[in-house]
Design a protein around this ligand. Structure first.
Ligand SMILES: *Cc1c(COP(=O)(O)O)cnc(C)c1O
Length: 427
């Protein structure tokens, strides 16, 4: 039975109520909150692996490499889970490369995306020997060739092409349309490929695209694939062989009744198109981020005060926009549910944090039965939460726990106030 206090949690297969207690796999979240304090991020390892398994099923029998887009959640133990499962990584900075190495990832399976790679970052990545640079401009090609030559190396490159399809998502997370900063225009791609092939420090290995994030429809992917395959044909006709095709990431998750296709169902359709067009046996790559971790995590937060008001009632919690930036940044919706069922009359609250900003809210108009001291779970908090967290208001970042069956591993300690200013100095 579904009631307001212990609703079903669609999209969160490993986080569910049992006898009125919210559990992550075999552990009660209330016990983790008591032991580690709040705010606390809790991730289910099984949920991550089952999200990955949907992609692996989709690619069974194909040459495909899954590169987890680690900016979604770059905590070392999360990377370790994916590295152990055979994933490579899509990185966007030398800092992320350092994390891959610290987590035991294979540098040969790393691809380096981003519009503004510095010479120092290029050099580090070349010395470590990453698998591919996903290049986003002609200027970057020239600089990368130069840096590679100075090291006596050839940089493996793929060009990120802008397929100019509308993923029908939030404007801040749409990346494949004309007029945004990412990628190379479809019309100039052949000419830029010829330029890349002529540069002595580069070796052209692939093509890539990434059309946006939180995509919940199949059509934008099918359209982008058609556009990319048209280009592959043109580029190869111009004499530049393309060894791998990388379709980026972007598959959405269920935040609030969203119905994205399952990864295996999406890829069944995409592979049918690849087969029909004769590209089914190519080396394929993808760069999923959110869809691997988003619904594997929750953020636990304690109610500090409830504050009735004339127009609004506020439920003030100890997590804030520095921990969970998505509502403030994108007006994103996260379900907020109690850890333990409580009976009583629901009151409609805005759930807000303690930070001195009106934008510091986690949820609006939420019916809840709560009192101070209760612990709530903010759902769908595995992606783009901790990796975007800050120290604003000198708040130490939250602790993180990885649950594996009935075992809990503390994978990040809570930051103290001292940690937040440890690198500063008085004059
Ligand atoms: C952010 C990003 C991804 C991952 O996007 P998700 O929506 O989290 O799957 C993949 N590739 C590139 C280039 C990115 O910038």
């Amino acid at each position: 039975m579904t009631d307001l206090n212990t609703p079903d949690l669609p999209g969160h297969p490993f986080i569910a109520y049992q006898s009125g207690e919210l559990m992550a796999e075999g552990l009660a979240l209330s016990a983790l909150a008591r032991e580690h304090g709040t705010p606390l991020f809790v991730y289910s390892k099984a949920a991550m692996l089952s999200a990955l398994a949907a992609y692996q099923r989709g690619f069974a029998g194909r040459k495909a490499q899954i590169c987890y887009a680690m900016k979604a959640n770059s905590s070392l133990a999360v990377l370790q889970v994916f590295a152990d499962a055979g994933c490579g990584f899509d990185i966007v900075s030398a800092g992320e490369l350092a994390r891959v190495m610290a987590a035991g990832g294979d540098p040969a399976k790393v691809i380096f995306s981003g519009v503004g790679k510095s010479r120092a970052e290029m050099k580090q990545a070349l010395q470590i020997g990453i698998g591919c640079f996903n290049v986003e401009s002609e200027a970057e090609l020239d600089v990368l060739s130069d840096v590679a030559m100075s090291l006596g190396k050839k940089a493996p490159v793929s060009l990120r092409v802008n397929p100019n399809v509308d993923p029908k998502t939030h404007p801040y997370i749409s990346t494949g349309l004309k007029g945004n900063k990412f990628g190379i225009a479809h019309e100039s791609a052949v000419q830029v490929y010829q330029h890349a092939a002529s540069l002595p420090g580069l070796s052209v290995v692939g093509i890539d695209c990434h059309i946006g994030s939180q995509i919940t429809e199949v059509t934008p992917y099918l359209d982008a694939m058609d556009r990319i395959l048209d280009l592959v044909a043109d580029i190869e006709k111009a004499g530049v062989p393309i060894h791998h095709i990388d379709f980026g990431g972007g598959l959405g998750i269920n935040y609030n009744g969203d119905t994205p296709p399952a990864a295996d169902a999406l890829w069944a359709q995409l592979l049918a198109k690849l087969d029909a067009r004769g590209y089914g046996q190519r080396q394929l790559m993808i760069e999923p981020g959110r869809s691997l971790v988003g619904n594997a995590g929750v953020c636990l937060t304690e109610v500090v005060f409830t504050k009735p008001g004339e127009q609004k009632n506020f439920c003030i919690v100890d997590a804030a926009m520095n921990d969970l930036p998505r509502p403030a940044m994108y007006e994103a919706f996260h379900h907020i549910v109690p850890l333990q069922a409580r009976t009583g009359e629901a009151v409609t609250y805005d759930v807000v944090g303690p930070i001195c900003e009106s934008g510091d809210w986690l949820g609006r108009d939420r019916p809840l039965v709560v009192q101070a001291g209760d612990v709530l779970a903010v759902l769908s908090a595995g992606a783009y939460c901790m990796s975007m967290a800050s120290n604003y208001n000198t708040r130490g970042r939250a602790a993180e726990v990885l649950v594996d069956g009935t075992q809990a591993h503390l994978i990040r300690q809570r930051e103290s106030a001292f940690d937040t200013f440890a690198l500063e100095q008085l004059v």
